[in-house]
Write a protein that binds this ligand. Structure first.
Ligand code: UT7
Length: 334
């Protein structure tokens, strides 16, 4: 087999209809629109409907991505869903998505690297595809973060949103596509950003009411400013590492597509790369932090608005609970 390169040939995303504004949050917790915008850059976020699951959002994004690639679900060899908010403990949400899309007889599994899940998933798919295991992979980041947020904790509930993004990956002999990936994790930091298992079987003292109106449930817990400090440092390092790994000069990068947690973290990474904010996809204002959905959502935003051109270099990076962080470099080839 000749050397294979993994190209993004389809992309799609989905945001639930309901928009939760900072103004509405002001009526729920002791916060203000100005605090949220100044500290995070977030103005609003989308919230999944009561009768929607993570798999439903994943399916919507996947349909658009498949259509964009001009293929059907039967053309797919493997399906990976990155999610922190699976429909159930098991089966994997990926199998639910497979069934809802009418797919059969190909492997489907979930991965969990929280907000870095898409970067991890892309690295994993790229490796498996280069090794010849699969020719076409559907990779989805889908999250219903609103279901694991404590809506009485102002320090976290203002940050998150729901959504899904999907890409179709195809192995080809043609050069380009995913140029490389760098992944890291350090579990010594695991207590700074976490959510206890919502399922009573795993944690009998914590039974979580998943509704938006639920009071006092234990879910996402974060020591925000400590996470912030480490995130800025580690992201600054990992963007340098991925460029070195791929032998690319920072001046050659056309677009930065970062995980969307906080505009100030994004600005710090852009500064490290010497990139102006015009070359950075920022959706945090409208989406909030959608965990592993945020990068495909932000990439799709660039694509849909016609900003991407074949041959451009795109740097993806993310930082997550764990901590787990990483980066991928792509040469856009659509
Ligand atoms: O996606 C995974 C990675 N996640 C991240 O990267 C998130 C990283 N952290 C952050 O983005 C920021 O740390 C936050 C946005 C979470 C917080 O911003 P900060 O500038 O680090 O604020 P802080 O936590 O140091 O809090 C400053 C003050 C505190 O009040 P005092 O103690 O100074 O009186 C907080 O109680 O702001 C208060 N505060 C709020 N005030 C109004 C915290 N949350 C709110 C709020 N509204 N929602």
């Amino acid at each position: 087999m000749n050397e294979q390169h993994v190209h993004l040939t389809g992309i799609g995303s989905y945001l639930p209809e309901r928009v939760l504004s900072n103004a509405e949050l002001e009526t729920m917790v002791d916060t203000s629109d100005s605090w949220i915008q100044e500290r995070t850059g977030i103005r609003e976020r989308h919230i999944v409907a009561a009768d929607q699951m993570t798999s439903d959002m994943a399916v919507e994004a996947a349909r658009i991505a498949l259509n964009d690639a001009g293929i059907g679900i039967d053309d797919i060899d493997a399906l990976i869903v990155s999610t922190t908010t699976p429909d159930m403990v098991f089966p994997a949400t990926a199998t639910v998505v497979q069934a809802k899309l009418g797919g059969k007889d190909f492997p489907a599994w979930d991965i969990q690297a929280v907000c870095s899940g898409f970067v991890y998933g892309l690295a994993m798919a790229d490796g498996m595809m280069r090794a010849g295991m699969f020719r076409r992979v559907l990779l989805i980041g889908a999250e219903a973060m609103s279901r694991i947020v404590n809506w009485q904790d102002r320090s976290t509930c203002v940050l998150f949103g729901d959504g899904a993004g999907a890409v179709v990956l195809e192995a080809k002999e043609k050069e380009g596509g995913v140029l490389g990936s760098v992944l890291h994790a350090d579990g010594a930091y695991r207590d700074l950003l976490k959510a206890h298992h919502p399922h009573p079987g795993a944690s009998p003292d914590r039974v979580v009411d998943f509704s938006l109106d639920a009071a006092g449930v234990a879910a996402v817990e974060m020591k925000g400013n400590e996470v912030f400090r480490v995130a800025v440092t580690k992201l600054g390092q990992v963007v340098g590492e991925i460029l070195e790994h791929c032998q690319v000069d920072k001046g050659a990068v056309d677009w930065l597509v970062p995980h969307q947690a906080n505009i100030r973290i994004i600005q710090a990474t852009a500064k490290k790369l010497g990139m102006s904010m015009e070359r950075v996809s920022t959706t945090v204002r409208e989406h909030g932090n959608t965990s592993s959905a945020s990068i495909p959502l932000a990439l799709d935003e660039l694509y849909r608005t016609g900003k991407l051109a074949a041959g451009q270099l795109i740097l993806l990076e993310a930082f997550a609970g764990g901590f787990a962080w990483g980066a991928n470099l792509l040469r856009w080839s659509k």
